[in-house]
Design a protein around this ligand. Sequence first.
Ligand code: CP
Ligand code: NVA
Length: 302
Amino acid sequence: MKKDFLSILDISREELANLIAHARKLKEERRVGIHTPVLANKTLGMIFEKSSTRTRISFETGMFELGGHALFLNPKDMQLGRGEAICDTARVMTRFVSAIMIRANRHDEVQELAVHADIPVINGLSDKEHPCQILADIMTIEERLFRTDGIKVAWIGDGNNVCTSLILSTILTGMEVIVGSPKEFAPKEDLVKESLEKGAKVRVVTDPFEAARDADVVMTDTWISMGQEDEIDRRREIFMPYQVNKDLLSVAKPGAIVMHCLPAHRNWEITDEVIDSKESAVWDQAENRLHVQKALLVRLLA
Ligand code: CP
Ligand code: NVA
């Protein structure tokens, strides 16, 4: 049966460990110039309803390095953009490509595509989750801090799609997440409740300093996710006290690392001083998208 990757919980604890181990191997092989074409003649169709730098480049490069091919598909240029049904798009794509990656406005579109495609579907970001990002983040945390179990992650700012995947991932990693968000932008209560019932370790507070206290990792994301551009002024004002700066980091554990999935609004959610500091893991985080997604593609397709 085909496997999809729509949520970080679509893999088990063991599968996650295997994926990261494989990603580390692929990273090392790439460093010394070894590329094994295990996905020769495989094709990934990539539908992007929203902009992307990292996701597009990492998937496209990843498929190339594995001996396969990736197609960038803009819904505006597809019949999807003229009203062709998602279910029909899924059935037709099944006849052409080996897997689909979709970045969608709504999570239910990703789910509908997966239901009607007989090939693996990967969520490249939806309004609900960004599971590929969290795979790379877990790999980065392990590289920098050598474990995830017992690691305390402070999520500062918007309780958004990336935050949701991070919260759910604690079920697999043994990390603990303390979310510091303005009340209005905290993760949904039912998500937190459901995650706790499944074994997640998460606590939600409104004080960013309380969240960051003794944290091993301080993580943030944009205050204005794609599609929220008309709320810029209001969000910027509400989130300003949640800026990740030296002051906030001073209460984290000595040697704590700073993470941001990017793209960043410099000097809004994260200061230049912090993003460019030695504690910043953001460039490794971005690079690790490539390695971990290659491991994921091999797992789903080889
Ligand atoms: N972090 C991330 O997904 O970046 P892009 O939006 O550039 O793909
Ligand atoms: N939360 C952001 C992540 C971008 C990679 C967004 O959805 O736009």
